[in-house]
Design a protein around this ligand. Structure first.
Ligand code: V55
Ligand code: FE
Length: 487
């Protein structure tokens, strides 16, 4: 394809469209014994942004589901009926202003919840939640996708925010979450939140952060909760100036809190790193071995979100955007507040998205799955540069034991979204199963769901679900097997 295409730029344009498809068109064959539901939380602006410098993270939430059974798949998509969606729907126009700055919203809605519910879906205790880190989880019916509403865990939750990346302990069935800016915009309150298998809040541990920053993800081990800060900072002055919630401070060091799961706020230990370690956006996995806590995660040297500027207005350095996969070891026997760092790989244009076989959360593990921008494929030239957000074009599997890598690319005109690992069956070995995910065909202007053998991703798709239209931009997904969520 010659030159730049305008097609890619239009791919995520608002459609204000919801769909139900039964017996989707499938090329190839879906495994007959695959039974469960793949959920996706998406960001899809129904109205153009009020301010041109806004971020796609400030888009309305929509949840899609692909339900697999008997070699078939059914699809459903619904916008999340947040108070914000309902207010803009009633007004037939945009009312909400810049990302996480309610002072820039129309005065009529400044006190309405700004929750977009656009980041991650999870099934816990039989409930479906779509989550956004600045707000409470939004409960939805896991079968109809009807919105139930913001969920405060029957009045027990005392935070105003809730991470979009809680972790489920595969052994205890608990859900462990946290909240930052937990008592309101710019507050330095953090809370670790522990829920039982049924979704009852059993403990909350409150403490203070040394820097009010974007804390997007977390990790757990069988004994500890790990909370990294970033150099994406905010302040009341920023909000009063009408700016986006975050700016990047290249001098801000990384801090990591380690919180014993059975401890109190007195047991929290803060470790301090360098500014080159302060862009840890997603974690891969963690474990506690003896008195050492080991965290593995992609970490970039500086902010890669282009719509969030530097605090001092200086230009960022794109050569420092791509994360390296790092292993951080925290020695709890030592009085030092530093940690050891080992680089597991670098040099590839991977993104900060990182997933694994979730049955191995808290445990030694072998494989992780990431997205990458492979410059050897033509999509980056023809399409990716024209999109509002950077597009990735290949899935990447990393072998944490051997350092080996494998890649899957769906085609020269395709953008990918985050891969979701599905075990072949509940007793399958680690990594034995499938990767599923939505790929967007920019040439045909429609989406597909691809299913790949996770042990042989280079062999290409086993099956493709052909969607007759384009899907929203996914943020994260979740797999609920028929055992987790019967239907
Ligand atoms: C992220 C995503 C968000 C957000 C804050 O990738 C951080 C990180 C989709 O929304 O609001
Ligand atoms: Fe995320």
């Amino acid at each position: 394809m010659a030159g730049k295409s305008s097609q890619g730029a239009d791919f995520f344009a608002p459609m204000r469209f919801e769909a139900t498809i039964e017996d989707c068109i499938v090329e190839g064959e879906l495994p007959r014994d695959l039974r469960g539901t793949f959920y996706r939380s998406c960001a899809d602006r129904r109205f153009p942004a009020m301010y041109a410098d806004d971020t796609p993270y400030n888009s309305d939430g929509a949840v899609d589901m692909f339900r697999f059974y008997d070699g078939n798949v059914d699809f459903k998509s619904r916008y999340v009926r947040t108070p914000r969606y309902l207010a803009e729907r009633a007004a037939h126009k945009v009312l909400f202003g810049r990302y996480r700055n309610r002072l820039t919203s129309d005065p009529s809605v400044r006190n309405v919840s700004h929750n977009t519910a656009n980041t991650t879906p999870i099934i816990h205790g039989g409930r479906l939640f779509s989550m956004k880190e600045e707000s409470l989880p939004t409960a939805m019916d896991p079968h109809t996708l009807e919105t139930v509403g913001e969920w405060d865990f029957n009045g027990t939750l005392k935070t105003v925010s809730f991470t979009a990346h809680p972790k489920q302990d595969p052994d205890t069935g608990e859900m462990i979450a946290f909240a930052y800016e937990a008592t309101g915009d710019c507050s330095d309150d953090l809370a670790v939140l522990i829920f039982d298998r049924e979704g009852n809040l059993t403990r909350d541990i409150w403490f203070k952060t040394p820097v009010v920053s974007m804390m997007h993800d977390m990790a757990i081990t069988d004994r500890h909760v790990i909370l990294p800060t970033t150099a994406m900072v905010t302040s009341r002055e920023r909000l009063e100036r009408g700016q986006l919630h975050w700016a990047y401070d290249p001098d801000c060091p990384a801090y990591v809190a380690i919180v014993p799961r059975d401890g109190t706020s007195k047991d929290v230990r803060w470790f301090k790193g360098t500014p080159d370690q302060a862009m840890l956006v997603h974690t891969t996995n963690a474990r506690t071995e003896g008195n050492k806590v080991i965290l593995e995660a992609p970490v970039a040297q500086e902010n890669f979100h282009q719509y969030f500027p530097r605090v001092d207005g200086t230009k960022s350095d794109p050569s420092r955007y791509y994360p390296t996969l790092r292993r951080w070891t925290f020695d709890l026997d030592s009085d030092k507040d530093t940690w050891e760092e080992e680089i597991l790989f670098d040099g590839l244009k991977v993104t900060s998205f990182s997933r694994m076989d979730d049955r191995y959360i808290t445990k030694p593990f072998r494989y992780s799955y990431m997205m990458m921008n492979d410059p050897t494929l033509p999509i980056n030239r023809d399409f990716a540069d024209t999109l509002a957000v950077r597009v990735s074009n290949a899935w990447f599997r990393f072998d944490h034991q051997t350092g080996g890598i494998a890649k899957y690319s769906p085609g020269d005109a395709h953008g990918i979204s985050e891969p979701q690992f599905i075990p072949r069956h509940s007793g399958a070995a680690e990594g034995d199963g499938y990767l599923v995910g939505v790929v967007n065909n920019f040439r045909a202007m429609r989406s597909e769901l691809v299913l790949v053998d996770a042990m042989n991703i280079e062999a290409g798709a086993i099956a493709k679900v052909i969607m007759p239209f384009r899907l929203h931009m996914q943020v994260h997904g979740y797999w609920a097997s028929d055992e987790t969520l019967p239907f």
